[in-house]
Write a protein that binds this ligand. Structure first.
Ligand code: ATP
Ligand code: MG
Length: 367
């Protein structure tokens, strides 16, 4: 817990108000950390924490989605810690960090001589996680053939080591995460829909920090305290200007970015009042720039979807006719309709209400 209380160093504010805010921030931390590290009291985070409590005791697969740095791994660990598997291992695998030709051996192990360089038998991460939980981070990066093997684990609870012939039974809970749109990957043919449904038994979507700004002050206090201890500094307060700046920034890198900015600021801090250098927050939001570049087919599918949605928006959801989206895009109605289906676009969401239902009838239906 915070050794140094954070106050707002604004000379205009009364001492009483400062004390009040100290208590509020401190209480925020005390009452909102369900386990050591998940800090925040926003309704959006509370909803996530309640899903965690519900799903943790079960053995259901969980798919955690959300932008980079929103706390997906933290939540995966919380699920493991609160499950009956907590005394077993929590094995984390970043599927994006392992070359595609090695991922099967990494997950399922290999037998001696199964490929050049396989000098001895090696256990995979599933065997290491036996009785515990495996966390498959960036699961959207798995090559298609590994997706089939993973599907078999989820359905039949067994797998074979690379180069092996014996089926190995497994008792491992799978929690997966991704910051990619798996629906778009399915539409582009790079992710199997049957695997998606198996993983997505219990979805948890992590809200970005900009949608839960009320968590920022309490996270700031938590990280300042943590970093100040680490570097042996005594930080007593934060300037009001800095707190306002931190509150208003869009945080494209979410909590990880906040944590890094604070760590850097604590290292640079030369007084007891913590402040943040504006120029460190000058980056533009990266929301449209995924961490892992999309491959060509996904990029094309995403661009196609964007163009179709823009045309539907303009046409108020009308597909055909002189002012319909097909005419605007210069393609046949049937082509557009099949693309709308394959890209899972909801054309109804573009329907222009005012155009389809006369204003008078809206009023009438309200009365
Ligand atoms: N609510 C929170 N309270 C405290 N620390 C948090 C919170 N959420 C995230 N963090 C911290 O922010 C950092 C990023 O979290 P995490 O690695 O879980 O994010 P992620 O969603 O898995 O990111 P990526 O998509 O980049 O893998 C970690 O250091 C984590 O401890
Ligand atoms: Mg992660």
């Amino acid at each position: 817990m915070a050794s140094a209380a954070i106050f707002i160093a604004d000379p205009k504010q009364s001492q009483e108000r400062l004390q009040h805010e100290n208590v509020a921030l401190r209480d925020g931390i005390d009452s909102t950390s369900i386990c050591d590290e998940i800090v925040g009291s926003s309704a959006a985070l509370q909803k996530v924490l309640s899903l965690v409590s519900k799903v943790a005791p079960t053995d259901a697969s969980v798919l955690i989605t959300g932008e980079t740095g929103t706390g997906k791994e933290l939540v995966a660990r919380a699920i493991h810690r609160r499950s009956h598997r907590s005394s077993g291992a929590f094995v984390s695998v970043n599927c994006a960090a392992i070359p595609p030709d090695l991922i099967a051996s990494e997950l399922f192990g290999h037998e001696k001589g199964s490929f050049t360089g396989a000098l001895q038998r090696r256990l995979g991460r599933f065997e290491l996680a036996e009785g515990g939980t495996i966390f498959l981070d960036e699961v959207g990066e798995l090559p298609l053939e590994t997706q089939i093997a993973l599907l078999r684990v989820l359905q039949e609870h067994e797998f074979e080591r690379v180069g092996g012939t014996r089926s190995i039974r497994t008792n491992v809970r799978v929690v997966a995460a991704t910051n990619r749109n798996l629906q778009a990957a399915i539409a582009a043919g790079t992710f199997r829909s049957d695997l998606f449904y198996r993983l997505n038994v219990f979805p948890i979507d992590m809200p970005p920090l900009r949608e839960r700004r009320e968590d920022i002050p309490v996270l700031v206090e938590y990280f300042v305290d943590h970093c100040a201890r680490k570097v042996g500094k005594n930080i007593q307060g934060i300037t009001k200007e800095s707190l306002d700046l931190l509150r208003s920034y869009p945080w494209p890198g979410n909590i990880r970015e906040l944590q890094n900015v604070i760590e850097r600021s604590v290292i640079m801090c030369e007084t007891e009042n913590f402040s943040v250098d504006k120029t460190w927050l000058a980056r533009q939001p990266l929301a449209t720039e995924p961490k892992i570049p999309l491959d060509l087919s996904e990029k094309l599918a995403a661009q196609e979807k964007e163009m179709i949605e823009a045309a539907l928006q303009e046409s108020g959801g009308r597909v055909f006719g002189p002012s319909g989206a097909a005419t605007k895009l210069g393609i046949a109605r049937s082509t557009l309709e099949s693309k709308i289906r394959s890209l899972k676009i909801s054309k109804n969401s573009f329907k222009d209400f005012a155009e389809t239902i006369p204003r008078r009838s809206c009023l009438e239906s309200v009365q």
